[in-house]
Design a protein around this ligand. Sequence first.
Ligand code: ADP
Ligand code: ZN
Length: 435
Amino acid sequence: MQKYYTPDIETASRETIVALQNERLSATVKRVYENVPYYRRKMEAANVRPEDIRTIDDLHKLPFSYKQDLRDTYPYGLFAVPMKDVVRLHASSGTTGKQIVVGYTKHDMEIWDECVARALTAAGCTDEDIVHVSYGYGLFTGGLGADGGARRIGATAIPVSSGNTQRQVTILKDFGSTILCCTPSYALHIAETLYACGYTKDDIKLKAGIFGAEPWTNEMRKQIEELLGLKAFDIYGLTEIIGPGVAFECEAQTGMHINEDHFIVEVIDPDTGEVLPDGTQGEIVFSCITKEAFPILRYRTRDIGVIVRGKCSCGRTLCKMTKPRGRTDDMLIIRGVNVFPSQIETVLIEQGYSANYQIIVDRSNNFDSIEVQVEISSEIFSDTVKGLSVRAKELSAALKNLLGVNAKVTLMEPNSIPRSEGKAVRVIDKRKLLD
Ligand code: ADP
Ligand code: ZN
């Protein structure tokens, strides 16, 4: 079985990768300077000329790009090629704020397919596999991104898209899907539906899952792996950079290899913008160095993570990013304490609860309150009121221990928290409505 989709790149020496990056970076900078007035103005304001960017060590001289730049130039102001060369548009799902638009040339589509093909191959996918794609198809990059990678490998893609979960189960069973692509929260919902329909993992043929587009913990990974009888691989990406496939997990399951021949990664201090050394946690910043239509440079993802270098046990030399803890905008500040939803998820699952939870943040009399609602099984739910209150107290103590803030715990009836078919909504911050 083929282990790497592009072995020359995935196991290349650092010198080879850096040489490619240097050459591609300086060419891209020159191209955007010439073709995109918005970039030219930003570079002029920062007093940098294309000649100043010769190697990746010069990257820090370039100004950052922000989501706001995409909004200011909406819809096509950052495109670096004429519209006649653009063969596809995608738009971000708009998790936070107004939607943004990106474009791809034919060559960009090839790059994207290749990035996803690497991810699928790392998860053991070959042309014999049946790839069940339950990411949404449409403007969201998930569905068509996974589909393109599967086609590139020659696997059989089933474009189920998201939703109609009972039908997903029927198709998994009847069509013999071997690889599932969807958000981790939807994978869990599919698993629940499988069991609710009276089947188990023995009735399906899944061997691997490629799950991403939202933060998820290793604890949640274990739950999904057990319920669906597969090995779960993480995949990372964002619309502004290319979509899924910016980084992908290998069998080591210890971080995602970044497709460094196409994207240069930096980690910065989100407050000062200073570039941080490898191994330090900070905001992840990407520069696209092969894309034609939308080659964004030094894009501030707002995702918080760590970059790890050195050869991986899988043999790949591409550097890895740890699972992002979430976005800077997802971080909750509760009475001055920083809390990520993923930390809460870890505690819940460690304490034996499901990943069906929601976090409700509110404020009254200038005092922030946080409530964690989590579903319990019907057996536990039928416990005495006293039994339930003991459980809630124990969970609250475990949360306090880890987060350092008091959280109210509400144990919820099974199936009372809305299920997600795409990106799960974990936090309801009522304070935002008050501001
Ligand atoms: P939107 O910004 O509207 O949600 P995208 O689909 O482009 O649309 O979302 C990209 C974002 O999704 C990333 O910046 C990151 O926050 C999140 N994301 C994508 N993949 C992962 C992953 N594997 N783990 C954690 N977060 C992820
Ligand atoms: Zn690896």
